[in-house]
Design a protein around this ligand. Sequence first.
Ligand SMILES: [Zn+2]
Length: 248
Amino acid sequence: MTDAHAHLDACDELAATLVERAQAAGVSRIVTIGTGIDSSRAALEIADVNEGVFAVMGIDPHQAASPEARRVQELRELLAHPKAVAVGETGLDTVRQFATPVEQRRLLDAHLALADELRLPVVIHNREADAETAAALEPFRGTVVLHCFSSPGLVSLAVERGYYVSLAGNATYPNAAPLREASASVPLDRILVETDSPYLSPQPVRGRPNEPANVVHTVRALAEARGVEVEELAAATHANAAAAFELP
Ligand SMILES: [Zn+2]
């Protein structure tokens, strides 16, 4: 299995310990995500020394009003590392409004331009900003990963545009049946699973810090919703992550 989105640099436990426990649970690859310049550099250092860990470099939308937002070009150098596989996370968030929609959009557009220029995929954070996110991504021609996908209403557009839809622990919650059902219509070759560790622990381990080993719970819940074997969905999402991020 692949955990397509974790923040290993934000977890309390050592990355090496979390990677080891993930491997014991059958999670052989982890994509760890930077949320700022220092965080991206930390993610890259973790990827550099841990087999099966890859890194994504970005400045998240919560920092769109801070001086950090003016450092997008510094990602360029970090993205030259062989284990840096995508740009992000970046996107729009109308729930935690630390920055105005205009500031968030400007930062998102800067990430999209960089991803386009470097021919890299982009990892998108969309929290209750479906229409705005769809509009911002419309001109982007590269690979798109919709991280922590929580928008049943956006499934048909995502499928139409060939985006990867990545589901996190919140898809296992009892009240998430509509999300699980909607995600069942995403083609098997476009679905990803993630933990968003240390956040969003799946239902069986809810309330505890999340870690990549827990992605298995999300695979199980989604396999049930799709009516397929757990092994089939595990294999498909593992292969999809390799395709989306061009992993070895
Ligand atoms: Zn994240």
